[in-house]
Design a protein around this ligand. Structure first.
Ligand code: GLP
Length: 265
């Protein structure tokens, strides 16, 4: 059996003409183990240097296997998260933390409850603040990222609308954490989770495009045929706010980590 280390080197990145490195793994399982290994190695490197490791985290079905692998490494390979500070990309607005669809709850259940990260080092945009306070909350979120020293490694998924975080088409290159409107495709993709589109919030809080591009490393994960077309467009269209993921073409250290069925196109 291949070790995760060998799997990583097995998938040599192709540098796309856009400048984005694309690593293709046969399966999403292999891709997930490889990215978990990259995260673990960064956490350990920072710890050895007596420093915090600042992670930008994503929700959705795509990173689930990455999180379960990190939990396994914590349990079986003594990977500690004691020096990790995390910032999640986004959260529905408004939403309670107990709500089944809240990203706060998602992160607790799939990662934070099972590792030794300090609760005070966990940051998820707060879907419970009042509408009057949401702007101040977004500014405070940006300030916390800056005070932590900026994000070392940002994990991203991609929505079929081309969004990263909840930066929908039309989002500015210079946008920062803010309240946004969700578009029709995104709400329809979330309809199952909310037992019907009518229950899907129309708004969300998201890190901005510029917040994401300020991360020192960005790793976008996309698995399955369903994502093939939007990934291809993000790589091939010229940079445009109509396709927010295309802004990644201008980042110096970005990789798209895809499986064979996503790479099909
Ligand atoms: C939501 C999240 C995104 C995520 C996207 C894709 O819209 N806000 O951050 O990338 O879903 O989700 P999935 O990974 O389930 O396809």
């Amino acid at each position: 059996m291949l070790t995760t280390q060998r799997l990583m080197t097995a998938a040599k990145p192709n540098v796309h003409p856009s400048g984005i490195r694309v690593r293709t793994y046969r399966t999403s399982e292999q891709a997930s183990l490889a990215i978990a290994t990259e995260i673990a190695s960064l956490i350990r490197k920072r710890r050895a240097a007596g420093r915090h490791c600042i992670l930008g985290l994503a929700t959705g079905s795509t990173p689930l296997r990455v999180y379960s692998e990190l939990v396994r490494m914590h349990r079986q390979e003594s990977l500690s998260f004691i020096n990790v500070v995390s910032f999640n990309l986004d959260e529905y607005f408004p939403i309670s933390r107990e709500s089944r669809q809240s990203y706060f709850r998602f992160m607790q259940e799939n990662l934070f409850d099972h590792i030794d990260i300090l609760p005070e080092n966990v940051n998820v945009p707060d879907g419970t603040v009042s509408a009057a306070k949401v702007q101040a909350h977004c500014h405070a979120y940006e300030k916390r990222i800056a005070e932590a020293g900026g994000i070392d490694l940002q994990i991203l998924g991609i929505g079929r609308s081309g969004h990263i975080g909840f930066n929908e088409p039309g989002s500015d290159r210079g946008s920062r954490t803010r309240l946004v409107q969700l578009n029709a495709m995104t709400r329809s993709d979330a309809a199952n989770d909310f037992s019907g589109i009518a229950n899907v919030p129309t708004q969300a809080i998201t890190m901005g495009v510029d917040t994401i591009l300020s991360a020192r490393r960005v790793r976008l994960l996309a698995f399955g045929e369903r994502k093939a077309r939007i990934v291809q467009r993000a790589l091939q269209t010229s940079v445009s706010k109509q396709l927010p993921a295309s802004f990644l073409q201008n980042h110096g250290d970005v990789e798209f980590i895809v499986d064979a069925s996503c790479a099909g196109e």
